[in-house]
Ligand binder design. Structure first.
Ligand SMILES: *Cc1c(COP(=O)(O)O)cnc(C)c1O
Length: 227
């Protein structure tokens, strides 16, 4: 869909919202079922503030260190919620537990326990599931979920909400759709509600397959500077 990309965040947000609306309608769902996460990795604090000014309240960040550095410059953003959507190493659990309201990438009991011990406020938790065989991807294997869910449920400061996945990248949403379907099957099997799946190019397929949280970067903020 390489149409001309609108130049302001306001216009890009309108475009994303209209894509969400169409997908929701096609799927017989409602807009309220979907949380739009603005993925702001590699963008400075001013961009988060601008997004907040336009009504966005949920923000996805990938790197604990990067977010720790921009956090002081955010000022007060009442009712904003920050979700960690990148891999979390156990040694950063304390900082992450302080900065974020939600951690979407828990994939081991060890990490869950670290977060639980470090938490000074309740944390919403999603378990990251690895659904492809690509070696580089993080996440728990589907077979490990039952045990992991049991462990997380024993952590008083962690509120288990659902599952998250990051399929192998493809520009064809029909290639990521089977991963979305598989994630939903796993959530149903384990009695979990939230499904974090779908990004800029495949949010429609994700919503059709049951996403409750979509993670949108490029479609809102434009291309990121490559590291
Ligand atoms: C960067 C990122 C996104 C956003 O991807 P876009 O294609 O820019 O929308 C979503 N989820 C995760 C885990 C990411 O790292």
């Amino acid at each position: 869909m390489p149409q001309t990309v609108p130049s302001t965040l306001r216009e890009r947000l309108d475009l994303v919202e209209s894509r969400i609306e169409s997908a929701v309608r096609a799927a017989g769902r409602t807009r309220e079922e979907i949380t739009l996460l603005a993925v702001t990795k590699k963008f400075p604090a001013e961009v988060l503030r601008e997004a907040y000014g336009l009504g966005l309240r949920d923000f996805g960040e990938n790197y604990v260190q990067e977010f720790a550095e921009k956090y002081p410059a955010l000022g007060s953003m009442n009712h904003a919620r920050f979700h960690l959507i990148g891999h979390l190493q156990s040694n950063k659990a304390k900082v992450a537990a302080d900065l974020f309201q939600a951690i979407q990438t828990v994939d081991s009991a060890k990490l869950a326990k670290r977060l639980d011990q470090a938490a000074t406020h309740p944390l919403d938790i999603m378990l990251e599931v690895k659904l492809s065989t690509e070696e580089a991807k993080f996440g728990a294997a589907p077979e490990e979920l039952e045990t992991l869910i049991g462990e997380v449920r024993q952590c008083p400061n962690l509120h288990l909400r659902g599952l998250m996945t990051m399929p192998p990248w493809s520009d064809d949403p029909e290639r990521t759709r089977p991963y979305f379907q598989r994630l939903r099957e796993l959530a149903v099997k384990h009695g979990l509600h939230d499904l974090s799946m779908g990004m800029s190019h495949d949010l429609e397929a994700a919503i059709e397959e049951g996403a409750t949280h979509i993670r949108i970067g490029t479609a809102l903020f434009g291309p990121r500077i490559k590291a």
